[in-house]
Ligand binder design. Structure first.
Ligand SMILES: C[S@@+](CC[C@H](N)C(=O)[O-])C[C@H]1O[C@@H](n2cnc3c(N)ncnc32)[C@H](O)[C@@H]1O
Length: 454
């Protein structure tokens, strides 16, 4: 791999005697990982049911390496949302941000959702997750991953950080800023990053990151925690950004992060910064089995309770959702708080508890999209299926992983299945994949066409 001369010279000047080991890491293979979605399955249970050859990642209790000749994204368990395919080092930011159930969490730069899906799993259906990305196109991929993971308490926005700040000053308990960066830590994984580094380098991103971290800081409640991460090495995008926050905002302190074997500390000497920066963490491809990353956990000191935002005015009217209620009574054993239902142009959503007022924001999703009312009938959505467990459905079609019907279902085929008439939650080994409707032992396939197995 040919790295830009300018880049090599910078890295040599920074790394000195370590530089050779760093450069040699480019001759080795990159590492591949999956992260288990604990909303759906625990890692020890997954280990028992999977045929993938996997090995624990030391810094992520739910992360596993897999061999590169395997294709985990081409497996029905992936379609059931049991795991997310993620570069191993990229598992650190969401794993190291201590989320507690009930927290209000912001993932500011969230697409395509590698970290949001873990934050949502840690919330375990409680609190609120706002996942945002300035890019509308990338936010659509985020939406898919949130839905596939079965996260039901999230709001997906597509806004620049300053707009979010206008809505949410001192509102969040936890914030993840996985900042846009020059991507130096991903050169081995994705050589296309080199071109983009040459086009928009370190200084371009450093200026953006300085704005973003200050805006994020203002959205954090006193006593809240914010994790800043990048997948790049340049001090201008890492220690310098943290130093900038501490100068502008002396209420912030750097908190210690777990140090796993091979992790390196922050480098104050690279930015003429305070010794505190040593509490930041650096991941290097020549020291660990993963790509490059930078992490800093920041606490905002203070003792107010933050600024409570005006709550959302739930306005559910029974006549709007009567078909949904009928569908649930007939097919499911779940209890919904019907006050939280919202119907917009026949589309039915289950809004998060403690939903904030989001008027004026560009929204891709508010809460759990349950389905559509079509001709006085409720038609459940793919996202509804993904947020359920098999035991919550009164009637399922449960295929075992070895049955060829699983792939045929995921490809959208109509299947012959002996079963009673009506809606069925179609599952693989008891994990929901989507909906089907039986009539005369024929399963009409309701798997969302945009997600089909190709
Ligand atoms: C490193 S990527 C995020 C990856 C993501 N956290 C994940 O794990 O899948 C950075 C993201 O920041 C977004 N971004 C850039 N500028 C932004 C801004 N001002 N506000 C919010 N998002 C921004 C980009 O569109 C990009 O998707």
């Amino acid at each position: 791999m040919k790295l830009p001369d300018k880049y090599e010279a910078r890295m040599e000047a920074l790394l000195k005697e370590e530089y050779q080991a760093y450069i040699e890491s480019f001759n080795k293979d990159r590492y591949y990982g999956i992260r288990i979605n604990t909303l759906k399955i625990q890692p020890d249970v997954f280990k028992k049911i999977t045929k993938l050859k996997i090995k624990e990642i030391p810094w992520a209790y739910n992360g596993f390496y897999y061999d590169k000749d395997q294709q985990p994204a081409k497996h029905p368990y992936y379609f059931a949302g049991l795991y997310y395919v993620q570069e191993p080092s990229a598992m650190t930011p969401a794993n190291f941000l201590p989320i507690e159930e009930g927290d209000k969490v912001l993932d500011l730069c969230a697409a395509p959702g590698g970290k949001s899906t873990e934050l949502g799993a840690k919330l375990n259906g409680t609190g609120l997750l706002i996942s945002n990305d300035i890019s509308h196109t990338r936010a659509k991929a985020l939406l898919k991953n949130i839905e596939l993971s079965g996260i039901t308490n999230s709001i997906i926005t597509s806004e620049p950080s300053e707009n979010l700040l206008n809505h949410f000053p001192e509102y969040f308990d936890k914030i993840l800023v996985d900042a846009p960066c020059s991507g130096e830590g991903m050169f081995r994984k994705d050589p296309n990053m080199i071109k983009s580094w040459e086009n928009q380098g370190v200084e371009y991103y450093s200026a953006i990151q300085k704005d973003i971290i200050i805006q994020a800081g203002k959205m954090l409640k006193p006593n809240g925690l914010m994790l800043y991460s990048t997948c790049t090495f340049s001090p201008e995008e890492n220690e310098e950004i943290i130093e900038h926050l501490l100068k502008e905002y002396p209420e912030f302190t750097i908190e210690k992060l777990p140090m796993v074997e091979g992790f390196d500390i922050g480098k104050p000497e690279w930015v003429d910064g305070s010794e505190e920066l040593k509490k930041c963490v650096r991941l290097w491809p020549h020291k660990i089995q993963g790509e490059g990353h930078f992490l800093a956990l920041l606490k905002k000191q203070g003792n107010s309770n933050g600024i409570e935002k005006e709550g959302y005015k739930y306005s559910a009217k029974k006549k709007e959702y009567i078909e949904l209620e009928e569908f649930i009574n007939e097919n499911l054993s779940i209890e919904l708080d019907y006050n939280r239902i919202e119907v917009i142009q026949e589309k039915v959503y289950y809004l998060p508890k403690d939903m904030p007022n989001v008027k004026g924001l560009r929204l891709l999703r508010t809460g759990w999209y349950l389905g559509e009312i079509k001709k006085k009938r409720f038609e459940p959505s793919q996202a509804f299926a993904m947020g359920l467990t098999s035991s919550e459905a009164k009637s399922t079609i449960n295929f075992s992983i070895n049955q060829d019907e699983v792939l045929r279902y995921l490809k959208g085929e109509t299947l012959q299945v002996e079963s009673s008439k009506g809606w069925k939650l179609v599952c693989v080994d008891d994990y929901p994949l989507g909906w089907g409707k039986i009539n005369n032992n024929v399963l009409k396939n309701k798997y969302y066409s945009g997600w089909r197995w190709m």
